[in-house]
Design a protein around this ligand. Structure first.
Ligand code: ZN
Length: 145
């Protein structure tokens, strides 16, 4: 008979054979939902970016009850690729982005039609657009509105 030792993450309950992997999992912690404000703009419009024709803004943020290291974030999305916009919170959001990227604001093209439509939409909804300054979400300069 052999004794088997396993390690369980205190946050998400996932089990590991290896103590270091478990510590790594725990170190991811629980995301601070307040760091992801509604209206936070995200996008990467650099030439080779996969979503270069889309500008996103956080629409809904929920804690993930299954995988507690993640948040469930749904986004408004405006597209300049002909695929249309998602601006209805009731039934038409861009859903399932669990790993909202912080720090992408540097690659946002504020003159892009999709970005302008999204900013106008947020303004009409009374939502303050924010962008990442590298550490936190800050209001987008009025010159963009
Ligand atoms: Zn974990």
């Amino acid at each position: 008979m052999k004794q088997i030792i396993r390690y369980k993450c205190d946050v998400c309950n996932k089990e590991y054979n290896n103590k270091e992997d478990c510590k790594k999992c725990e170190s991811r912690g629980i995301p601070d939902i307040t760091q992801y404000p509604i209206g936070c703009i995200d996008g990467d419009h650099s030439d080779n970016a996969f979503y270069r024709d889309i500008t996103f803004a956080i629409a809904l943020v929920e804690k993930d009850s299954y995988f507690k290291h993640n948040l469930l974030i749904s986004a408004y999305a405006c597209r300049d690729n002909g695929a249309g916009d998602n601006l209805s919170i009731s039934d038409n959001l861009c859903i399932g982005n669990h790993n909202w990227e912080k720090g992408n604001s540097a690659n946002i093209n504020w003159d892009k039609p999709a970005t302008k439509r999204l900013l106008l939409f947020l303004k009409e909804q009374g939502i303050t657009p924010t962008a990442w300054d590298g550490e936190k979400a800050i209001p987008v300069n009025k010159e963009f509105l």
